[in-house]
Design a protein around this ligand. Structure first.
Ligand code: FES
Length: 151
């Protein structure tokens, strides 16, 4: 009796590892955690000059390092604000338009992933996998008392 699986049966039994899956696993190993998914920001004001003012009081996700809030519907663009450290000014704001062809990227664990052609960026916006050639565009962030101003 042959106990060896036939090659087709063996191929079906071996799970495949996608590029995205490998990156997520790498993030878990290197960072020790996966940030919680971005939540919709609250307490947002868009000024006439285009600056976005966000309350730190109403966006509790930003109280922890790795916290992410997302602001959508800003004249066709979306931005994310990420808590990158424990310091009061440790925030990074990103324009979520993919630098390849402008699709809005989506957070997947510790990464931003483009649904159109698969470009992948780390949580701080650095390019990990093309076809994009550059990281996500960083926006200027100023922290004032309990507000963040993004421009
Ligand atoms: S538009 Fe994002 S990878 Fe092409």
């Amino acid at each position: 009796m042959d106990s060896q699986p036939k090659s087709k049966d063996f191929e079906k039994s071996v799970p495949t590892l996608t590029r995205r899956g490998a990156l997520c696993a790498l993030a878990v190993v290197t960072l020790g955690l996966i940030p919680k998914p971005a939540v919709a920001a609250s307490g947002v004001k868009v000024l006439k000059n285009g600056r976005v003012v966000l309350s730190l009081v109403t966006n509790r996700a930003l109280s922890k390092v790795g916290g992410v809030v997302q602001i959508d519907n800003l004249n066709g663009r979306s931005i994310a604000l990420i808590r990158t450290g424990k310091g009061k000014k440790a925030f990074t704001a990103l324009d979520l338009r993919c630098t390849h062809e402008g699709e809005i990227v989506a957070q997947q664990g510790a990464l931003w992933s483009c649904p159109r052609h698969g470009a992948t960026f780390d949580l701080a916006g650095a390019l990990k996998i093309g076809p994009a050639n550059t990281g996500l565009r960083k926006l200027r962030v100023r922290v004032k008392a309990k507000k963040v101003v993004i421009s």
